[in-house]
Design a protein around this ligand. Structure first.
Ligand SMILES: Nc1ncnc2c1ncn2[C@@H]1O[C@H](COP(=O)(O)OP(=O)(O)O)[C@@H](O)[C@H]1O
Ligand SMILES: [Mg+2]
Length: 436
C-alpha cells in the first residue's frame, strides 16, 4: 500500500471512530442519569447566556463592524450548542482507556487487511454477574476465530482474564467478557440437588465465570463429550444422566465393558445393554418410538413433544441414550464382516436419532476420548451440536471442537474442567454416585 493511501485510510478510520463514539455517547444517555444531567446543565447555561447577551448587547450597535460579521455573530450561540453537544457525546461515548487498548491491539497485530484495529465502543458491567466486565468492539471485519487465536495475547494486552469471546448483535460487533486477571475457576464444585432445573429439558453441567452452564435438549438435542483419559468425561456423563433420571426421563446406557463402570444403582434405574445384539434391539425400539411419535405429532398438528404434552395433557417421556467410550461400540478395526455389518446397522439407527430426535424427545449423549471420523461417522457427529471437550492436545481439541482452544485453555492437570463449543470454559459439578 502506498503512503498516501495508508494515510487516507487512517483518516477515514479516525472519522468513523469519532462518529462511532458520538453515536455511542448518545446511546449511553439512556442509562446514565449523570450524563443526562451534565448535558441538561450545559444546555441551560448556554441558553441563559444566549438570552442574557441578546438583551444586553448587540454587535449591530457597533457600527464599525460589517453587517455580514454581525449576522454571523448571531450564529455563535447555536454553533456553540451544536459543537458542545457533539463534544459532550464524544466524551460520554469514549470508554476509559479506549486509546490505550487500540494501541495494544495494534502492537499484538490484531488488525484487518487495511491495517485498522478494532475500536472499543463500550465497556460495562454485566447485568447478571457484577464481576464480569463486557468490552464491546467494532471488530472492523476481523473474524471471531482470529480473535480466538489471539486470545492469550489479548488477555496479556488488557491485563484481564477473557472468559468468553462472542459475536454481538451484528457480525461486525465483537464482545469480550472479562474478569480481573488471576480470578480462577474453583477446582472442585460439589453438586447440590438445588441445582436441578425446574423445566423438563434443561440439564446443567457446571459453572463458568459467567454463571451456570446448561444445555436445553429441546434446542440442542444431542451431546458429544470428548477429551483425554482422566479429564472427567465419565463423571460428567453420569452427572447428566443423574439429572435426566431425577426429571423422570427414560435413560438407556450402552456399556460394552460389562457394566463395571456403572454401579448397581444405575442398573436398577436405567435400561442397560452390554453387547451388539442387545444394543441393536434397543436402538430399533427407539427408532420405532421415534417413527410412532412422528406419525402422532403429524396427525395432531403439533410441532414437537413439548407442544404435544401441553396440548393433550399426556406426558410422553424423553428418552436419553448414553454411551461412555462409544469407540468400544463403533470402532470397526479388526472386526469380521458379519460384525462390521452389525456395527453398520447400529450406526444407521444412531444416525436416524441424531437427525430427527430433537422434535420427538429422543436424545444422544456420546462420550469418547477421540471422536474422529473413524469412530463417529460424519452423519452422526454433525448432529451432535453440543460439544464438550476436556483436557486435550491441539489435535484432539481440533477433532472435538474444530479449534485448538482446549489445548490452550485447560490446564494439563485439570479434571472436570471443560471447554464448550461456544468458547465457554467451565468446571463440572462433582457428584457422588452414592447419592443417586
Ligand atoms: N467435576 C470434577 N471435579 C473434580 N474432579 C473430577 C471431576 N470429574 C472427574 N474428576 C476426577 O477425575 C478423575 C477421572 O474422571 P473420569 O470421569 O473417570 O475421566 P474420563 O472418563 O475422562 O477418563 C475422577 O476419578 C475424579 O477424581
Ligand atoms: Mg471414562
Amino acid at each position: 500500500m502506498r503512503m498516501e493511501e495508508k494515510e487516507r485510510l487512517n483518516r477515514q478510520m479516525q472519522k468513523r471512530y469519532v462518529w462511532l463514539r458520538v453515536r455511542n455517547g448518545y446511546k449511553s444517555l439512556k442509562n446514565s442519569k449523570p450524563k443526562r444531567f451534565v448535558l441538561a446543565t450545559f444546555y441551560t447555561v448556554v441558553l441563559l447566556a444566549w438570552i442574557f447577551n441578546k438583551n444586553r448587547f448587540s454587535l449591530k450597535d457597533v457600527d464599525f463592524i460589517s453587517p455580514a460579521f454581525a449576522a454571523l455573530s448571531k450564529l455563535v450561540w447555536p454553533i456553540m450548542l451544536v459543537v458542545g453537544t457533539v463534544f459532550l457525546l464524544l466524551l460520554f461515548g469514549t470508554p476509559v482507556n479506549a486509546g490505550r487498548i487500540i494501541n495494544e491491539f495494534r502492537r499484538i497485530g490484531l488488525i484487518n487487511s487495511a491495517g485498522e484495529t478494532p475500536i472499543l465502543t463500550a465497556k460495562y458491567k454485566d447485568e447478571k454477574q457484577s464481576e464480569v466486565t463486557v468490552l464491546t468492539f467494532d471488530g472492523v471485519g476481523i473474524p471471531l476465530p482470529e480473535w480466538e487465536n489471539k486470545r492469550q495475547r489479548i488477555e496479556a494486552a488488557l491485563n484481564l482474564h477473557v472468559v468468553k469471546l462472542a459475536e454481538g448483535k451484528n457480525k461486525r460487533e465483537v464482545l469480550i467478557f472479562t474478569v480481573p486477571a488471576g480470578k480462577p475457576l474453583p477446582e472442585r464444585l460439589e453438586w447440590r440437588d438445588s441445582y436441578l432445573t425446574k423445566d423438563d429439558s434443561t440439564l446443567v453441567l457446571g459453572q463458568s465465570l459467567l454463571g451456570v452452564v446448561g444445555v436445553d435438549l429441546a434446542k440442542i438435542p444431542h451431546i458429544l463429550l470428548g477429551g483425554s483419559t482422566g479429564s472427567g468425561k465419565s463423571m460428567l456423563l453420569k452427572l447428566l444422566l443423574m439429572q435426566a433420571l431425577k426429571k423422570g426421563h427414560a435413560v438407556c446406557i450402552a456399556d460394552f465393558k460389562g457394566g463395571v463402570d456403572f454401579s448397581a444403582v444405575w442398573h436398577e434405574k436405567c435400561r442397560m445393554c452390554f453387547d451388539e445384539d442387545a444394543l441393536l434391539t434397543l436402538l430399533t425400539k427407539l427408532v420405532n418410538e421415534l417413527e410412532l411419535r412422528k406419525r402422532v405429532l403429524r396427525e395432531s398438528g403439533c410441532p414437537n413433544l413439548d407442544a404435544y404434552n401441553r396440548r393433550t395433557g399426556k406426558r410422553w417421556q424423553r428418552y436419553i441414550f448414553a454411551c461412555d467410550e462409544v469407540a468400544e461400540v463403533l470402532d470397526k478395526t479388526g472386526l469380521s464382516k458379519e460384525q462390521k455389518e452389525k456395527v453398520n446397522l447400529i450406526e444407521s439407527k444412531l444416525a436416524v436419532i441424531a437427525r430427527q430426535g430433537r422434535a420427538f424427545g429422543i436424545h444422544l449423549i456420546l462420550a469418547t476420548q477421540r471422536p474422529d471420523a473413524n469412530i463417529i461417522p460424519g452423519q452422526i457427529k454433525s448432529n451432535l451440536d453440543f460439544r464438550v471437550c476436556g483436557r486435550a492436545d491441539t489435535v484432539l481439541s481440533q477433532i472435538i471442537l474444530d479449534s485448538t482452544a482446549a489445548a490452550e485453555q485447560i490446564p494439563k492437570d485439570a479434571a472436570g474442567r471443560f471447554l464448550l463449543y461456544d468458547g465457554t470454559v467451565f468446571q463440572a459439578y462433582l457428584f457422588d454416585e452414592h447419592s443417586l
